[in-house]
Ligand binder design. Sequence first.
Ligand SMILES: [Zn+2]
Ligand SMILES: [Zn+2]
Length: 279
Amino acid sequence: MGVLFDSHAHTSCLSYCCDPEITPETYRQALREHPELAGVAITNHGFATYFPLETAWAAEFMQNPGMFDRHLDFGNRRLEKHLQEVEPLLAEGIYTGFEVEMMADGRLTLDPAFRGRLDVLIGSVHFMPGFEPGSAGLQEAWWAHTERLLDSGIDVLGHPFRWLARNGRVEVTEEMIRRLVRMAKAAGVALELNSHMRIPGDVLLLRECMEAGVPVTLATDSHSLAEIADLGYPLSVVGAAGLTLAQLPVWLPRRFRLRGAAAEPAGGCCSSGYVDGGT
Ligand SMILES: [Zn+2]
Ligand SMILES: [Zn+2]
């Protein structure tokens, strides 16, 4: 056995790039239609929650964190409203979460007052202002940013090499994968197998995580209806690595593990492969 848990999914209210019809209710329905899926964490974007559309994508807040302070009430009101919509669904396999960016001063795009209500905190590199493909110092800056992000209190590093490979147009090498896994191990952070935009190297990433004992997550990163509940890609990575789901050191939210432990005599679902991911 093993547990299929989607640790990363979006809704339209707080993710501008998400299909407009996707709401928390969409995931509740999906869980009913996919009994093989044990849970879904709804993890909307920090930048889209705290900044209006016209400001969010410009990403000026990354270098000017004062903008975050000026939008704090705006974002907090939206996040509070969203959590009030999600929290009634917590008994039905829905988990709370957030996908944050780290600003220049090291703060995350989330008011820490909400941290205790979030089952999953994903940290992702979405923006590296000032860096274009071929920019001098791009790789060094990305590594420094990523290392700091890993130490910022996140549970999971989202789509680990996406920005570097797609935006930075850097080829991800085996040595880079090993280096990132060592950093995740030192920080006690899980690494994600992400379906939404696939980067070569995930099979090696998974093998290295297995060897190092670094937990992984299976993530649809759903932004569209077609992506919801489809963990086919991460499962194909697991198969290509010569592994089974039951062997994986899967990171699961604390609330899931507590619930699973309580249910174990009946369901026996929590026998192995569970890693303490912190909060
Ligand atoms: Zn992301
Ligand atoms: Zn995402």
